[in-house]
Design a protein around this ligand. Structure first.
Ligand code: PA5
Length: 349
């Protein structure tokens, strides 16, 4: 059976899978490296009330997580995934682009170059790093040479480390517990005791439909993006309860409803999910659970679980989880991209 592939050894020797798993197996260490990189940036404590975050795709989701963390402390945040950002008074502008060359992020940042002391950038290289050097912008450097989405823990750690220097300490976590959770997802854990492999088998036979509610919006979105980019799987994503007033009428026959669950889940949502899986049949639904009962640890565990699921799905589908064809090609043929890069290169001199 095809699913036996996941418990085999040879498939993970294939270079692309070997490399991809090697990258995500380092999740916790990568987060810790990011933290120390962020902590090494010079900074004074400031009163942060309004924060703008710029970033898209694999870097944008880091902005989403940071924004959610900041909002939980009453800080006003706005995440911009556009070519231009909303003008306004911001105490801190966080620009995240792993490659340092993403036009949406760079173009938005150009609007704020006269406020360089408020900007902190997170990148591995590229024009963003050069801009930092030229204008004296603070830059948190993360390891280079990997696909952007695989640097999620590095970039998250990087920005949390920097925020700590500003007096915003969010990074206290039990990393050992997260590592333990991760052990259960690794490739040597057999399918019958590995929730990531089990989920990948179900996903590869169906049309995945991710339903999220407020507390798990981001892990659900991460799973969607990772299935798209790593496993090349088209995937539906919607929010409940709203989707239960429209979307459910059109679930395809081979639809698989995937719902991340949280210890913070409201009672009404729990009851609604119970009813929904009774309605659709248990075999048509898949729940994703973390082990931790603390906010940030749970988010990281659910992200990790999503990343492993996407890689096992890529193995079952025989696709390369490291390479993006259309995204890169579109960047190449997009005139707006070239125009923005030209303007930036003028700025860089
Ligand atoms: O994961 C990916 O490779 C993409 O989603 C990229 O993150 C996206 O294209 C933006 O690039 P960057 O993260 O380098 O700004």
């Amino acid at each position: 059976m095809k699913q036996d592939l996941l418990d085999g050894e040879w498939v993970y020797k294939e270079e692309n899978y070997r490399r991809a798993f090697e990258l995500i197996d380092r999740y916790v260490d990568a987060f810790a490296d990011g933290l120390s990189s962020g902590r090494s940036i010079r900074a004074e404590e400031i009163d942060v009330k309004r924060v703008l975050l710029l970033g898209i795709g694999g870097s944008g989701i880091v902005c989403d997580v940071v924004a959610e963390i900041l909002s939980s402390r009453g800080i006003v945040t706005h995440v911009s995934k556009e070519y231009t950002a909303p003008p306004g008074e911001w105490d801190l502008i966080i620009a995240i682009s792993y490659s340092g060359n993403t036009s949406e992020t760079l173009n938005s940042l150009l609007q704020f170059l006269d406020q360089e002391d408020k900007i902190v950038a997170v990148t591995s290289n590229g024009r963003l790093a050069r801009l930092g050097e030229k204008l004296g912008i603070k830059v948190v450097k993360v390891r280079s040479g990997i696909p952007p989405r695989y640097a999620f823990p590095d970039m998250l750690g990087g920005i949390l480390g920097y925020l700590e220097k500003l007096g915003l300490d969010f990074a206290k976590m039990n990393l050992e517990e997260i590592k333990e959770f991760q052990e259960g997802l690794k490739k040597d854990k057999r399918i019958d005791e590995n929730p990531a492999k089990e989920a990948a088998v179900k996903i590869s036979k169906s049309h995945p439909i991710i339903y999220v509610y407020r507390e798990v919006r981001l892990p659900g979105y991460r799973l969607k993006c990772e299935l798209n980019e790593n496993a090349k799987v088209f995937c539906h994503y919607a929010e409940i309860p709203e989707a239960l007033h429209n979307d459910i009428e059109a679930i395809p026959r081979n639809g698989l409803m995937i719902i991340p669950r949280s210890f913070r889940e409201p009672y009404e949502i729990s009851k609604t999910i119970e009813a929904l899986s009774r309605l659709l049949g248990e075999e048509k639904s898949l729940e994703l659970r973390a082990r931790s009962k603390s906010y940030l640890e749970e988010i990281i565990e659910l992200f990790m679980l999503s990343d492993y699921i996407s890689l096992y799905t890529s193995v079952l589908r025989g696709v390369n989880p490291l390479i993006l064809h259309r995204i890169e090609r579109l960047k190449d043929i997009n005139a707006a991209y070239h125009e923005i890069k030209r303007r930036l290169d003028e700025e860089l001199g």
